[in-house]
Design a protein around this ligand. Structure first.
Ligand code: GLP
Length: 235
């Protein structure tokens, strides 16, 4: 696939260094709006940015998703994650994350989508779920979806339960940018480390678009880079 470029790295550290160089170049080229992701995959990336001389003070960021009901003081919220791993170390011009504590979640999603449309993301970071989800767009989500409220699947709840002390505290509902919202970014960079992500990446490599595997929506985007430590994922 011409539009999807695969970069094989030897380790997460090497990935962080490749990403740092890429972000430095994008900043030099005038990047204004960055789409950010959460999840363990992003932790070494944000650490390397935090330890670097990169200047994000002119950059506006938009995060992909948030759990419903969790506020920024809850260590399981993505707002807390972003503050802890990046924003408390690097000042940004403005940062946006869907508000999981909004009274009207649907209205919050509509407002978020309107902000996104005005801002136009220059570079969107993505991780991928073991079931091929991107952000919290679970299998079956239409590729035309915009920011919306979603119900998490058992697969995602199972994987994410490791972060919650009490399993019953995991929100089953989340707010997420839709697939069309993500595809409207000018460039996309997806990171996937470890064998647990092989199945999801293989769906992309197959080159067939299917809502069963949301990651395959990236085949419709003109500029995608996949950075992975997995052997044999070459597209
Ligand atoms: C969550 C997030 C996704 C992320 C995924 C992978 O489901 N909503 O945006 O890509 O986790 O997480 P990890 O990087 O921990 O494997």
């Amino acid at each position: 696939m011409q539009n999807v470029r695969y970069v094989k790295v030897g380790s997460k550290e090497e990935a962080a260094s490749v990403v740092l160089d890429r972000v430095r170049k994008e900043l030099d080229d005038g990047l204004n709006v960055l789409g950010l992701a959460t999840g363990s995959t992003m932790i070494p990336i944000y650490k390397s940015w935090s330890d670097s001389d990169l200047d994000f003070s002119g950059v506006t960021s938009f995060n992909l998703d948030e759990y419903a009901g969790l506020g920024k003081d809850n260590p399981n919220s993505y707002a807390w994650f972003m503050n802890h791993h990046l924003f408390s170390h690097k000042p940004f011009k403005e940062t946006y994350i869907p508000d999981g504590t909004a009274e009207d979640l649907t209205a919050e999603c509509e407002e978020y989508e309107a902000l996104l449309r005005d801002a136009e993301i220059d570079l969107q970071f993505l991780g991928v779920g073991e079931n091929g989800h991107i952000a919290f767009n679970e299998p079956g989500t239409p590729f035309s979806s915009t920011t919306h409220v979603t119900q998490l699947t058992d697969s995602t709840l199972g994987v994410n339960s490791q972060y919650f002390e009490d399993e019953s505290a995991i929100p089953k509902t989340a707010l997420t940018m839709g697939i069309a919202s993500i595809l409207s970014a000018k460039k996309i960079l997806l990171l996937a480390f470890g064998e647990k992500k092989r199945f999801a990446l293989e769906q992309l490599v197959k080159g067939e678009r299917t809502t069963e595997f949301p990651i395959t929506a990236l085949l419709d985007h003109p500029d995608v880079t996949i950075i992975t430590d997995l052997d044999g994922i070459t597209g």
